[in-house]
Design a protein around this ligand. Structure first.
Ligand code: HEC
Length: 113
């Protein structure tokens, strides 16, 4: 069972990579890691949240991360912190940040029953 659960994020990553259209500017995970310094106090450079109100974003699909950041930027999704953070992000920043955080792999451990 645990093995199957671990496969889900792995497969999601593969599918995402295959399904992404080639964007005008290729997403640069290394640049995203540098840009993630702005995010570290809350989400960590490693995508594991450092404060209780922030979500873990490590290993989320690049598409999901981009859609959420763009939704904060456009005002479709609002949050007192993220709406401010996202306002200053360019499309390239969003693509790079999504490439970085989606490239992080993690393992889950189920609680003992
Ligand atoms: C001061 C803390 C803080 C900083 C800095 C911050 N975030 Fe957030 N972020 C949050 C919180 C809190 C939420 C949850 C928003 C909500 O509840 O809707 C969030 C949500 C998100 C989400 C949506 C996650 C999901 O599961 O839907 C993404 C993506 C995200 N942040 C990316 C970033 C990126 C990239 C940066 C850096 C450029 C950043 N954030 C900087 C606090 C922060």
């Amino acid at each position: 069972m645990i093995g199957r659960l671990l496969m889900v994020p792995l497969l999601a990553g593969i599918v995402t990579a295959a399904a992404l259209p080639s964007p005008a500017t290729a997403a640069d995970a290394a640049a995203g890691k540098t840009k993630a310094k702005k995010c570290r106090n809350c989400h960590g450079i490693d995508g594991i949240a450092k404060i209780p109100i922030a979500p873990h974003i490590a290993g989320e699909s690049a598409i999901y991360l981009q859609v959420q950041m763009k939704a904060f930027r456009s005002g479709k999704r609002t949050h007192e912190i993220m709406s401010v953070v996202a306002k200053d992000l360019s499309d390239e920043d969003i693509a790079d940040l999504a490439a970085w955080y989606s490239s992080i792999k993690f393992k889950v451990e189920m609680p003992a029953e």
